[in-house]
Ligand binder design. Structure first.
Ligand code: ITT
Length: 197
């Protein structure tokens, strides 16, 4: 079963493909599906933006579409970058620069003030016009320095106290097992499987 995912972010696609290995579900990015739709993320929450993306693709194709809207919520920064995670400091700014800028802003923050979480909202936009939303969270802290080569985006500054490392230092399997995206995707997969039966 091929499902179109309303995304251009190949890091998300890579993680989701790893998690779908061994199932008969396959995802196609917008480019891979040959779909060109301009989607503006005008929502004020992860849920709204996930729905906007999935519905835009469902409306353009008439087929079921899914979407992932995600980001890093830092309590010390009043929830920033949050839904603006990919746009934070400009889409073309490297994550080395973005991550260092966040560390600089938290220079004075004590360990207990460094709480943060990755949030993922996944939407399934069904051909009949309704949309379902599923969420996943991963709790952690903002690190003191950049560490790790795995994952993508803000992973090198996302410290997991129970693992003693950042999410960029986990193997792909370890990250997927505990990540916001993994938790949301497993719910989506259940629903898609049930729908098919
Ligand atoms: P699409 O809308 O095309 O899917 P996008 O990257 O613009 O791609 P979002 O608006 O959902 O998607 O922003 C997600 C951003 O949140 C992403 O670009 C990273 O900066 C951050 N992020 C989300 N999940 C992450 C993860 O697992 N590890 C590190 N950073 C993550």
């Amino acid at each position: 079963m091929k499902i179109i995912m309303a995304t251009s972010n190949m890091d998300k696609v890579r993680e989701i493909r790893q998690m779908l290995e061994g199932t008969d579900l396959e995802i196609l990015s917008l480019k891979e599906a040959g779909i060109r739709v301009g989607i503006e993320e005008t929502g004020t929450s992860f849920d709204e933006n996930a729905a906007i993306k999935a519905e835009a693709v469902r409306d353009a194709t008439g087929q079921l579409a899914i979407a992932d809207d995600s980001g890093l919520v830092i309590d010390y920064l009043d929830g920033a970058p949050g839904i603006y995670s990919s746009r934070y400091m400009g889409e073309d700014t490297s994550y080395t620069v973005k991550n260092q800028a966040i560390l600089d802003q938290l220079k004075e923050a004590a360990p207990e003030q460094r709480s943060a979480r990755f949030v993922c909202s996944m939407a399934i936009a069904w051909p009949d016009g309704h949309t379902d939303l599923y969420q996943g969270f991963m709790e952690g802290r903002i690190a003191y320095e950049i560490a790790g080569e795995g994952g993508f985006g803000y992973d090198p500054i996302f410290y997991l106290p129970e693992y003693g490392c950042t999410s960029a230092q986990l193997s792909p399997q370890e990250k997927n097992a505990i990540s916001h995206r993994g938790k949301a995707l497993r719910q989506v997969v259940e629903v898609l499987k049930q729908h098919r039966e």
